[in-house]
Design a protein around this ligand. Structure first.
Ligand SMILES: [Mg+2]
Length: 386
C-alpha cells in the first residue's frame, strides 16, 4: 500500500438562510472544510478532514498548501499502513530519524497550529484507508466498540432568553435527551447568559441534560459570575469558559464551581492536553481529531482521559469525516458516554457524503462499515472546491 498521492481540497458551501445562525463567530453564511485525500499506487483512497478554524467557516488556503507542499513529500513512496511511523515523520520533519531511533520527539517548528491540523487530516485519511483495506471499521482497529449504541446530544442553542426554550425543545422533540447551548460574549453581559440558561432549564424541566459552551470568550471573573448564576441549574458541563490560552485561569474557574468544566477542542497534541490535566483545569476532555493530530493523537488523549478518570467527549462539529472519527473514538473509549451531534446548518455532514447521518431517538449506533464508513460525493466536491 505505497502512497502515490496526497491531495487537499478547500470546500466552501453556502448554508441556506433559514439554517444560518449567529454566534461570537458572527453570522455563519457558509461552511468551510479541508478534505484530505490519500491515494495508494493500487488506487485505494482514504479521506480525512483538517480544520483551519474551530468555527464552521474559515480560510483553508494555508492548510491545503501545508498538506500538498510540506506533508505530501514526506509521505509519497511510503507504506500507508505504517500510521505511527508516518505520524512521527510528519511531526519531527528532517529530524525524524532521531525521533525513531531515540524514542522521543524532535518536533518541527509547526508543532502546534495549522501544521498539526494538516497532519490531522492526513492521519484521519490513513486510518480510513487502513480500515477499508482490511474491510474493518476504524472503531474495530481501535479495539472495538465498548457498547452497541451511545446517546448523542444536540449541539446548538443560539436563541435569546425568549426563544431558547423553544429552540432547545425542538431538539428534544427529535428524541435528544441532552442539548448544548451557546453562552459567553455573544450575550453582551453575564446576566444575559445566566438568564438564557435559567430560561432553558425552566422550559426543559429537570430531566434533560443541558451543556453550555462559551467558546472561550468569558474572562475569569465573568466565568465565575456565570457559574454562580447557574449553579442550581444542574448543568452537565460548562465548555471552554475562558480562552484556551489561559489554562491556569480555567483551573481557577473550575475550582470556584461544582459545574463540570469541559475543554480541549482548541488544543493541539497530547502535550497541550497534558497541561490542561496538570493544571486540574478540566473534568471533560474534548479532542477534535481534525485539529489535535488526527485519530492517532486523539486516541492518546482518550488514554489520558481514562488514566485520569476524566470524561471523554470528542468535539464532533465539522464534516462527516471528523464526525465519524470522533464517533469511532468515543465508541472505542471506556471514558466516553455521550457524543456531540450538530444541530446547525451543516452541508458537510449531510451533502458531502452519500450516507445519511442520523441519530434516531437521540442515539447513535456503533459504526460497522469499513474505514470511517463514508463514501464521498465527488459531485459536491467538484461544485464547491475553491
Ligand atoms: Mg465547543
Amino acid at each position: 500500500m505505497t502512497i502515490a498521492k496526497v491531495e487537499a481540497y478547500w470546500l466552501r458551501c453556502p448554508i441556506p438562510q433559514p439554517k444560518q445562525h449567529r454566534s461570537d463567530y458572527g453570522l455563519l453564511t457558509d461552511f468551510d472544510m479541508t478534505l484530505v485525500v490519500v491515494t495508494t499506487e493500487d488506487g485505494q483512497r482514504g479521506f480525512g478532514e483538517a480544520k483551519a478554524a474551530v468555527g464552521s467557516s474559515g480560510v483553508c488556503a494555508s492548510i491545503v498548501t501545508c498538506v500538498e507542499h510540506e506533508l505530501a513529500p514526506i509521505l509519497v513512496g511510503r507504506d500507508a499502513r505504517n500510521i505511527n511511523e508516518l505520524w512521527e515523520r510528519m511531526y519531527n520533519g528532517v529530524r525524524d530519524h532521531y525521533a525513531l531511533a531515540r524514542g522521543r520527539v524532535f518536533p518541527i517548528l509547526g508543532n502546534r497550529g495549522l501544521t498539526v491540523a494538516a497532519m490531522s487530516g492526513v492521519d484521519m485519511a490513513l486510518w480510513d484507508l487502513l480500515g477499508k483495506s482490511l474491510d474493518a471499521p476504524v472503531v474495530q482497529l481501535l479495539g472495538g466498540a465498548m457498547r452497541p449504541s451511545m446517546p448523542a446530544y444536540a449541539s446548538g442553542g443560539w436563541a435569546d432568553a425568549d426563544g431558547i426554550g423553544e429552540q432547545l425543545q425542538s431538539y428534544v422533540n427529535k428524541g435528544f435527551r441532552a442539548v448544548k447551548m451557546r453562552v459567553g460574549v455573544m450575550d453582551e453581559t453575564v446576566a444575559n447568559s445566566v438568564a438564557r440558561v435559567r430560561a432553558a432549564r425552566e422550559a426543559l424541566g429537570p430531566d434533560i441534560k443541558i451543556m453550555t459552551d462559551a467558546h472561550g470568550t468569558f474572562s475569569v471573573p465573568e466565568a465565575k459570575q456565570f457559574c454562580r448564576g447557574v449553579e442550581d441549574c444542574s448543568l452537565y458541563w460548562f465548555e471552554e469558559p475562558i480562552s484556551p490560552d489561559n489554562k491556569r485561569g480555567t483551573a481557577e474557574v473550575r475550582a470556584s464551581t461544582s459545574i463540570p468544566i469541559a475543554a480541549g477542542e482548541s488544543e493541539f497534541t497530547r502535550f497541550n492536553v497534558r497541561e490542561l490535566i496538570d493544571h486540574r483545569a478540566v473534568d471533560v476532555l474534548q479532542p477534535d481529531a481534525a485539529i489535535i493530530g488526527g485519530i492517532s493523537e486523539a486516541r492518546r488523549v482518550a488514554a489520558l482521559a481514562a488514566t485520569y478518570q476524566l470524561e471523554l467527549a470528542p468535539h464532533c462539529w465539522g464534516s462527516a469525516f471528523s464526525f465519524m472519527a470522533g464517533v469511532s473514538l468515543a465508541f472505542a473509549s471506556p471514558a466516553a458516554v455521550i457524543i456531540e451531534f450538530s444541530s446547525g446548518g451543516n452541508p458537510m455532514m449531510y451533502d458531502l457524503v452519500h450516507e445519511n447521518i442520523v441519530a434516531p431517538d437521540g442515539q447513535l449506533l456503533a459504526p460497522n462499515k469499513p474505514g470511517l464508513g463514508l463514501s464521498l460525493n465527488w459531485d459536491f466536491v467538484n461544485e464547491y472546491k475553491q
